[in-house]
Design a protein around this ligand. Structure first.
Ligand SMILES: [Mg+2]
Length: 223
């Protein structure tokens, strides 16, 4: 049954019709790069090794055990920021480490299709970006992708010292966009980090499994 495969637009649902703002996650939502993700993990392990004074094998084991423990405790895959925090390493040290050792430009390139999608969506909706990355890499990644100017508000760990799933971040972003949470659609790849706290503040949510799911929003909007 071919018709059964046709997806209807969520924008046709009554509760989606009054959406005024789209709040995007960044990493693994606006882009996917296993190589950049690997570089972040390596940088985290290098920092752990330096701070703890342990060798590479011990560090890998400690990283893995901490990640597993946090995943069981939190119910979602923990970020590097959270893993390092659990090990007593502040996010500022992590920020400095990534700025020193990782250039996102080595892993990412301009994304014309994403530029088109966000340009189209920005004509109708206010766009916000809520990310657990820090400001320097966030600005750099958005610049490389070519989509920075489409966001009216950007909130990173650098401004708040907090990371998702802290639910106050969703409320803060809604305030920055001057839109009620109920009229916001949160868009992200992590159910536990991006979507559950957004729903807790009254937002609608949209789960991105691949960047193509972001483009589907444009297709639904323009059809
Ligand atoms: Mg993400």
């Amino acid at each position: 049954m071919r018709n059964a495969e046709v997806q209807t637009s969520p924008f046709d649902q009554p509760e989606w019709r009054d959406i005024q703002a789209l709040i995007f996650d960044m990493d693994d939502t606006l882009y996917t790069s296993p190589e950049l993700k690997r570089a972040y993990r390596q940088a985290a392990c290098t920092l752990i090794a330096e701070v703890k004074g342990i060798d590479r094998l011990e560090t890998e084991d400690l990283y893995h055990r901490t990640r597993t423990l946090l995943a069981a405790r939190c119910g979602y895959p923990p970020s590097n920021t959270l893993i390092l925090h659990e090990l007593g390493i502040a996010w500022e040290a992590w920020r400095d480490q990534t700025i020193r050792t990782i250039d996102p430009g080595s892993f990412l390139r301009q994304d014309p299709e994403l530029m088109t999608t966000l340009s189209v969506l920005s004509r109708r909706y206010r766009l916000g970006l809520l990310t657990n990355n820090h400001r320097v890499h966030t600005d750099r990644i958005l610049e490389i992708l070519g989509v920075g100017p489409f966001f009216q508000a950007i909130l990173t760990v650098s401004e708040t010292g907090k990371t998702k799933p802290d639910p106050t971040l969703c409320s803060t972003m809604a305030c920055l966009l001057d839109v009620l949470p109920e009229k916001c659609l949160a868009i992200g790849d992590e159910e536990g980090i991006d979507l559950i706290p957004a729903r807790a503040t009254g937002m609608k949510t949209y789960h991105v499994r691949h960047v193509s799911d972001v483009h589907r929003l444009r297709e639904w909007f323009t059809n």
